[in-house]
Design a protein around this ligand. Structure first.
Ligand SMILES: Cc1cc2nc3c(=O)[nH]c(=O)nc-3n(C[C@H](O)[C@H](O)[C@H](O)COP(=O)(O)O)c2cc1C
Length: 373
């Protein structure tokens, strides 16, 4: 049997499981068209809202690099330093809904077989805000979007009823999802913030509201480093900074842990993995935990804005992996999805050394006194 890259995720057919996440790579029509030409299986648009957006002065996103000799992490470019993470305080799309709608239609006309998911966001503090969610959902799906991703995850919103503040409140997660599901004719994914202790609680609330899938992670709240000479934050406006979002390689292990919490709690549900993916090995970790698709932002931003080399690496990596495992009978992602999900267990379930070798953690050789000492 020949290898098959395609996946059906929440009822949507994807040519391959690799998507661009909602972020600068999907902020314009030209970027999305270039992304599809490069081979991405789908895109999630930059988040579309109804509220006016004014970003901070200056750069909205920067990159942190680390040097191998002293592990110094800084935004300053240094030769030999490797990418550590992205850092951003960019808000949702500053383009209005009416700007997006004809573009969604044109993109779908140009690439009818590629999936376009519209990321949307409104408030949650009143019935009027719930109706805003419904308006965004209706208009994006009528324009041709194949699915909707509800942004319950943006970490830079001051409003208590928006972004990650929704994702931190299981009641709001459920109510907003239900409101969107009332009008949605296409699948609805919820993108959750990774900043709660037990993300499976918010995931469960979204599923109760009718969500078809959960996507995670958005960026993790973080501060930029302070410059040793000027004693100023490496990114600031008039000396001031707020927490921004950390993405890229640094968040891969953190995001995998959040994903495992959810896939273990809901093994039969659909999940889209995001965080620190730039090659197939990292995507594979999410798939082995149970994700049916994965999404990429930071690596694509650094590769001609839409990641043509990143998607090439992901596709060749998937093909090579399937070829290597042909003898196992694996011909598509579904054949190995989730096969390491059950390996993540409580600490108490991990084997300890035999009693004869284990001294309750007190090793006399390390200088601890013996039990009778
Ligand atoms: C500059 C920037 C802007 C972003 N804007 C959005 C957004 O509008 N909506 C959203 O859901 N996520 C947004 N994200 C989060 C990304 O979609 C993604 O979840 C995050 O960067 C982690 O993936 P990565 O490690 O591949 O970067 C943004 C990320 C960055 C770096």
């Amino acid at each position: 049997m020949s290898a098959n890259r395609s996946v059906n995720f929440t009822g949507i057919e994807f040519e391959n499981p690799f998507l661009l996440s909602s972020a600068p790579p999907t902020e314009s029509e030209s970027n999305i068209l270039r992304a599809f030409e490069a081979g991405w299986g789908g895109v999630v648009t930059k988040t579309i809202g109804l509220h006016p957006v004014a970003n901070v002065v200056g750069a909205k996103a920067k990159f942190l690099r680390t040097s191998p000799d002293d592990a110094h992490v800084s935004m300053k470019k240094r030769s030999g330093a490797a990418l550590h993470s992205s850092w951003n305080w960019e808000l949702i799309s500053d383009k209005v809904l009416d700007w997006w709608l004809p573009r969604i239609g044109r993109i779908k006309q140009a690439f009818p077989d590629r999936a376009l998911i519209a990321s949307i966001m409104a408030g949650s503090g009143s019935d009027k805000e719930l109706r805003n969610w419904q308006r965004l959902a209706r208009e994006c799906q009528d324009a041709g979007a194949d699915g909707l991703e509800l942004n319950f995850s943006c970490p830079h919103m001051d409003r208590r009823d928006m972004g990650s503040n929704i994702g931190k409140d299981e009641g709001l997660c459920s109510v907003v999802t239900e409101a969107v599901k009332e009008v949605a004719k296409v699948p609805v994914w919820c993108k959750l913030t990774p900043t709660t202790a037990e993300i499976e609680i918010e995931a469960g609330a979204c599923f109760r509201g009718g969500a078809d899938a959960i996507a995670s992670s958005n960026t993790f709240p973080s501060l930029p480093p302070i410059d040793l000479d000027s004693l100023e934050f490496e990114i600031n406006v008039d000396g001031l900074v707020s927490t921004g979002g950390l993405g890229g390689p640094a968040i891969l292990p953190l995001s995998l842990a959040k994903m495992a919490q959810m896939t273990r709690a809901f093994p039969d549900r659909s999940f889209s993995g995001i965080g620190g993916i730039s090659n197939f090995g990292q995507a594979l970790s999410y798939i082995l935990l149970g994700c049916g698709t994965v999404q990429v932002c930071t690596a694509a931003m650094l590769d001609q804005a839409v990641g043509p080399n990143v998607i090439r690496r992901l596709l060749t990596g998937l093909d090579a992996f399937l070829e290597r495992h042909a003898a196992d009978g694996w011909t598509r992602v579904e054949d190995f999805r989730g096969i390491r999900r059950d390996r993540v267990v409580a600490q108490s379930e991990i084997r300890r050394p035999d009693a004869s070798e284990y001294h309750s953690g007190f090793e006399t050789a390390e200088g601890y006194a013996g039990a009778d000492g």
